[in-house]
Design a protein around this ligand. Structure first.
Ligand code: 5AD
Ligand code: SF4
Length: 444
């Protein structure tokens, strides 16, 4: 029987995409993939280190994995993803039962690394760079959904925001050739995928070495040209995330206005509303620059949903600074907002700053900002009641067997009554009820 590998994924969409690629490579090398620890010969944990809490989870999980299989002494455990890349050898010290540490650019080499561990090598470590010939191919069976697919367009980050570990865990920005991205979009379309997400830490910083595949497409930046090229395939729903404010050219909004299959949603993290804190965060944009981008989005001829990320309690954040964030959130009226308490990441510049905001104050600011955001969000969600949304029926709802759940083009979770035969279809739903973070409706 073929050895079976179980992959568990934490963190962002880039990790989901890496797990899909890892699974594709493993199957091509003669492994089977399985859905639980109980059946596995090899367990891979694809990890996240963006905040301390995420990182701590890894070590708890390694313990749980071992405890779940006391019968299987030869079970191999590998740590991949951001924690692996950042901690390297130290993972073996923290968790002696780990057999493999696989960095963020070693995905293609996983089958070989597992072979080495199977042959008895005690501590297999690979923190190397990608190979020139590395493949981005993902087999449809390994995708996280049969209807929605992630296409990485740019990896890594060159921005070095002072709080963020990503430039260290994922390395420098590297854009994929546009011809490859367009070809993958076409393949997915032929397979019946209804929605793709162009993903990357900063998608709008997309800058391939040569622009093959974008000939004939206009646009103020390579990303704007790529958006138009991908839209021209005719795939029904195209989303992209995450955008970076400094590189967010207004032509992106123009591209959305021209192409209905580019979805009506922009995720544009601001992190803080205070210029003083933005400077300490080394974001490279001011509050006014950000609000200018938002103006263009809000003034669009399409109603575009807007979401963001914010960090509260950054070192040195005063009541006045926090107040600036509150007023920015009031002004932007986000459809959705991810609020995080600042978490110190070793190796980042901000880790050297004196963190003078007590934990209780961070929590208080978190709760206050959440309240301010909820008020705006409730108003927005209520405004959808009575309106028709185009929804991709992704799967049966976990709450009720007679309900389907999916996302609207504006990336809201929409639940509605309907049977399984509709799964994978794009349907019109009239919203009847607004809940926190989701909408309920009925099929037209
Ligand atoms: N502490 C708290 N939140 C962070 N993020 C990134 N680094 C940190 C940190 N050190 C948040 C940012 C980013 C999101 C993905 O995670 O808001 O946009
Ligand atoms: Fe981190 Fe800033 Fe890069 Fe985003 S842009 S991944 S917050 S360094």
């Amino acid at each position: 029987m073929k050895p079976r590998v179980y992959i568990e994924t934490f963190g962002c969409q880039m990790n989901v995409a890496d797990s899909e690629r890892a699974a594709t490579g493993l199957r091509a090398s003669g492994y089977d993939l399985c859905q639980s620890i109980d059946e596995a010969d090899v367990v891979l944990l694809n990890t996240c280190s963006v905040r301390e809490k995420a990182e701590r989870k890894v070590y708890t999980r390694i313990g749980e994995v071992r405890a779940a299989r006391p019968d299987k002494r030869d079970l191999l455990v590998g740590v991949m993803g951001c924690v692996a890349q950042l901690e390297g050898e130290a993972v073996f010290e923290h968790a002696s039962s780990v057999n493999m540490v696989i960095g963020t650019r070693a995905t293609d080499r996983i089958p070989v690394l597992i072979e080495r561990a199977r042959e008895g090598e005690r501590r297999v470590l690979d923190l190397g760079e990608r190979g020139e010939q590395d493949s981005w191919d993902v087999s449809p069976v390994e995708r996280h959904s049969p209807h929605v697919a992630f296409i990485p367009i740019i990896e890594g980050c060159n921005k070095f925001c002072s709080f963020c570990i990503v430039p260290y865990s994922r390395g420098r920005e590297k854009s994929r050739p546009a011809s490859e991205i367009v070809a993958e979009t076409r393949r997915l379309q032929a397979l019946g995928y209804k929605e793709i997400h162009l993903i990357g830490q900063n998608v709008n910083s997309y800058r391939p070495r040569v622009e093959d595949g974008l000939e004939g497409f206009t646009g103020a930046t390579p990303f704007c040209r790529l958006l138009r090229a991908v839209a021209a395939t005719g795939l029904p729903r195209i989303k992209f995330t995450t955008s970076f404010p400094r590189d967010f050219h207004p032509d992106i909004v123009t591209a959305l206005e021209e192409n209905p299959n580019l979805c009506d949603w922009v995720h544009l993290p601001v992190q803080s509303g205070s210029d003083r804190i933005l400077k300490l965060m080394r974001r490279g944009h001011k509050r006014s620059d950000y609000l200018e981008r938002i103006q263009r989005i809000k003034n669009s001829s399409r109603r575009l949903a807007l979401t963001s990320d914010i960090i509260v309690g950054f070192p040195g954040e005063t009541d006045e600074d926090f107040h600036e964030t509150v007023t920015l959130v009031q002004e932007c009226e986000y459809d959705s907002l991810y609020i995080f308490k600042y978490s110190k990441r070793a190796g980042t510049p901000a880790a050297e700053f004196h963190d003078n905001v007590p934990e209780t104050e961070k929590t208080a600011r978190f709760l206050e900002l959440e309240k301010v955001h909820r008020a705006a969000q409730e108003k927005i969600y209520r405004s959808y009641v009575g309106r028709k949304l185009s929804v991709l029926a992704e799967r049966q709802s976990s709450r009720s067997e007679s309900d389907l759940t999916g996302h609207s083009t504006c990336h809201k979770v929409v639940n509605f009554k309907g049977d399984n035969s509709l799964e994978g279809e794009i349907v019109d739903v009239v919203v009847t009820e607004a809940k926190t973070n989701s909408l309920y409706g009925s099929l037209v």
